[in-house]
Design a protein around this ligand. Structure first.
Ligand code: GLN
Length: 428
């Protein structure tokens, strides 16, 4: 059924770079044989999963949306892909993305533009599944699904094509917070092959089941919860009025469930976005230096000229400049200082509240071909603060009945992924 759906919709949407029917049916047959033999099945048995094309997936080319890697066949699976397979999920295919994760609209993919399935004239958001500065939350908000950027280190980065290593965070998108939680349970956890992965084991699933049971017994499950409302975000002039109304409605729902609401000021919105682009480009320029063409199939100059798209080249140059000896203090170090200030803002905020709520993006999905350069960077102002601070942040639709969705963002303390998910489940 899924393969048929992909065949019907792909000519209009272009979400996949690769779907191999044969491979899908083989995986399904293997799981079915297991079932017939009476062997125990995994937590995600038979659940179709699509993998963003920056996660190494054995048997599938892994291009990260770049021409440079168009023939790259990974020798093994990324840790999270391996974990999905070992729980019997079925890998449906690899999804399109802005080249190396650099973009906010999925218009920067070397293999074509992706369209928003809710309205084909709009962008679906970008860069899609792996989140450096908003690539999970923003597309989830644009397409009316839920997406979680876990705490930095919660999911192993082993086998992820690196963009900006201190920001890169792997996370799931799904239809509901509870589906998303199942997926996170499988992919989260320590990994000796990623030294930044959090060492504490995760038993998110058990924890949530218990809380779900406990929650169903109480009338006001959020009685003890203090929700901070991100003032500057809600007051942004660019915020679409239907978005503001939808968020206010969501806040009324949360209050009726017992939560108290506290306005919180975090004024460093624009500085955070500027710092993010300096830092992400600097790290990208170092990470992408490995694609020198020598170990692949062509020599450096030709490889880069032909293989990399304009946005990737722009970032490499920006990052190399920000790190160069005469400018490193003025740009890179300055941006690192801003990052510390953003972290401090969050720490102060979380002394007053348990979770912070705000919109995901200023005005939701925009028309294809209408934004480029710095205008596109400005789309990320609301998502990059949590990325800079490494905090868990959940995006979920807060006006499910409207034709175009508005995303609400729930940010939590570092490591409190479960708390963020629980709040999402209660709301849902
Ligand atoms: N739009 C942001 C960027 O281009 C974030 C993308 C991402 O999270 N991978 O850097």
């Amino acid at each position: 059924r899924y393969l048929q759906r992909v065949r019907e919709t792909e000519p209009f949407i272009g979400a996949y770079l690769l779907v191999d029917d044969q491979l899908v049916l083989e995986q399904a047959a293997t799981i079915d044989q297991k079932r017939q033999r009476g062997e125990p099945l995994g937590l995600l048995a038979g659940v179709p999963v699509s993998i963003k094309d920056n996660l190494l997936t054995k048997g599938f080319t892994t291009t990260a949306g770049s021409r440079l890697l168009q023939r790259y066949q990974p020798p093994e699976d990324a840790t999270c892909v391996k974990r999905l397979r070992s729980e019997d999920a079925i890998i449906l295919g690899k999804t399109a993305m802005d080249e190396f994760g650099m973009g906010s609209s999925s218009e920067n993919c070397a293999y074509g533009v992706v369209r928003n399935p809710l309205d084909l004239s709009l962008v679906p958001g970008g860069s899609s599944g792996g989140n450096t500065g908003g690539s999970i939350r923003q597309p989830a908000a644009f397409c009316g699904v839920v997406g979680l950027k876990p705490s930095y280190g919660r999911v192993s980065r082993y086998g992820l094509v690196a963009y900006a290593s201190s920001l890169d965070t792997v996370g799931p998108m799904a239809r509901s917070v509870s589906d998303l939680t199942h997926c996170l349970t499988v992919i989260a956890g320590p990994d000796p092959r990623d030294l930044t992965s959090l060492s504490e084991p995760t038993n998110i699933h058990d924890f949530l089941r218990e809380t779900e049971e406990a929650l169903s017994a109480v009338a006001k499950p959020l009685r003890q919860v203090r929700l901070g409302i991100w003032k500057e975000a809600l007051e942004m002039p660019q915020l679409a009025s239907h978005g503001r109304q939808a968020l206010e409605e969501a806040l009324r729902t949360l209050t009726s469930l017992g939560a108290s609401i506290i306005p919180i000021s975090m004024p460093r919105l624009r500085a955070a976005c500027a710092a993010y682009y300096v830092l992400a480009s600097s790290e990208a320029s170092a990470n992408l230096a490995r694609y020198d063409g020598v170990r692949y199939w062509q020599m450096t100059r030709r490889t880069r000229t032909l293989g990399l798209g304009a946005e990737v080249k722009r970032r490499i140059m920006l990052g190399t400049f920000a790190l160069s000896s005469g400018y490193v203090d003025a740009y890179y170090r300055r941006a690192m200082q801003v990052r510390q200030l953003v972290k401090r803002d969050f720490e102060l905020a979380f002394q007053q509240c348990d979770y912070l709520i705000g919109p995901v993006s200023p005005a939701g999905a925009f028309a294809l071909g209408t934004k480029a350069g710095v205008d596109l960077y400005a789309e990320d102002v609301l998502t990059v603060p949590a990325s800079l601070a490494g905090l868990p942040a959940l995006a979920l639709p807060c006006n499910p009945k409207a034709t175009l969705p508005t995303g609400m963002q729930i940010m939590g303390r570092y490591g409190d992924d479960v708390g963020v998910l629980r709040l999402g489940i209660v709301y849902e």
